[in-house]
Design a protein around this ligand. Structure first.
Ligand SMILES: N[C@@H](Cc1c[nH]c[nH+]1)C(=O)O
Length: 369
């Protein structure tokens, strides 16, 4: 009641767990040399839906300002940070952030993210550092039941180029592949006169699984150097993760980009217990073209704090002590807090329900005893 549909209050332990998720994240990334950055919640829509970024205006929470410009609530950190760090010293390559994004395309407007962006670094270093940071942060949260999925934008782009379809069909095909709807892919490619390419595109809906899929497709794509390069690239990321001791990796060769700015490797983390996505990210080199510098390479990922807060373990519950006092003995009760350094200490004037506390102590006024 009294809240727009999609807005939500946050209460109690949920907030404690979110704070814990963010605190461990900050500790890990700071120790890896990332620097904090925060951009404002209100920005111009133009920052996010210009032709280089391509986010949909219809998905943003927006209004007109006094000059008739459209303003929005931050729909994406990655794009906002790109705008902001163009004014920062280029020597700082690794950035982290935490806070809400606002989009109308999912349940609820607001979701909390904690993320990293690596800009201007050697591309390979950026990719490995992003993945290793994800593993490091998840281990700090004591989460070990997750899968890392790798994909690459170049595969879909390769087949689309071969098919030579319109931009509209391309968009529809991307959605069909994203939803792994074979029938829709068939229907959309049926009109083209390249049945063998069309067939391969349909097969991509099933091209996911463990790393053996890479060998299978290496055979299949043997005469296409662009695709073999992608496979070798993904294989080398897997080799690095495995050498670090992380083995739960899956590949989705049919994965398509969910955000328009991705161009290269994409990754996602899934919690195996629920199938929820706990982080996602990828390379987005072209995002910086809008600032007139087409040589800047960039990569990053964001954790879903709301999802992770539901999965981290609660702290060991502390003892709860209740000090029952009167206005006259309130100061005495306050001073007694230090006698219970490891407990939650509640002060009341009324006799509490004994079951709610580990210990209930009545604070007496010594002068009147
Ligand atoms: N901004 C992306 C995550 C990301 C960070 N860097 C690259 N990608 C998202 O909201 O999903």
């Amino acid at each position: 009641m009294f809240l727009p549909a999609g807005s939500q209050d946050q209460i109690g332990e949920k907030l404690d767990r979110q704070a814990k998720v963010i605190q461990s994240f900050r500790t890990v990334v700071k120790d890896r040399g990332f620097k904090a950055i925060e951009t404002p919640v209100v920005e111009y829509a133009q920052t996010f839906n210009n032709s280089h970024v391509g986010m949909k205006l219809s998905h943003m929470l927006k209004w007109f300002d006094r000059d008739g410009e459209i303003e929005v609530l931050r729909p994406d950190w990655t794009t906002a940070i790109a705008r902001a760090i163009m004014n920062q010293h280029p020597k700082q390559l690794k950035w982290f952030y935490q806070g809400s994004i606002f989009r109308q395309d999912k349940n609820g407007f607001e979701s909390r993210q904690a993320g990293i962006e690596i800009v201007r670094a050697d591309p390979y270093l950026g990719e490995i550092e992003s993945l290793f940071t994800a593993v490091d942060v998840l281990s700090a949260w004591k989460i070990d039941n997750y899968l890392i999925e790798l994909g690459h934008t170049a595969i879909f782009d390769y087949f689309i180029q071969e098919l030579g379809v319109t931009d509209d069909t391309k968009k529809l095909l991307r959605t069909a592949l994203h939803d792994k709807k074979q029938d829709d892919v068939y229907r959309l490619v049926d009109q083209t006169n390249k049945p063998s390419i069309a067939k391969e595109l349909v097969e991509l809906t099933e091209a996911y699984g463990d790393k053996t899929i890479l060998d299978e497709y290496k055979q299949k794509w043997g005469n296409r150097p662009e695709l073999i390069e992608v496979i070798n690239h993904l294989q080398s990321l897997i080799d690095n993760l495995e050498a670090l001791g992380y083995k739960n990796i899956i590949i989705d060769l049919g994965r398509v980009k969910q955000l328009p700015y991705y161009s290269g490797v994409m990754f996602r983390g899934y919690l195996t217990s629920t199938g929820e996505t706990c982080f996602s990210g990828g390379r987005y080199d072209q995002l910086y073209d809008q600032f007139g510098d087409d040589k800047i390479r960039a990569i990053g990922l964001a954790f879903d704090v709301d999802v992770l807060a539901n999965h981290i373990k609660d702290d060991q519950t502390k003892n709860k002590v209740c000090l029952v006092c009167t206005p006259k003995t309130h100061v005495k009760a306050e001073k007694m807090r230090k006698d219970f350094p490891d407990s939650v200490v509640d002060i009341t004037y009324e006799q509490p329900n004994e079951e709610d506390y580990t210990k209930v102590i009545t604070v007496r006024d010594e002068v009147n005893q």
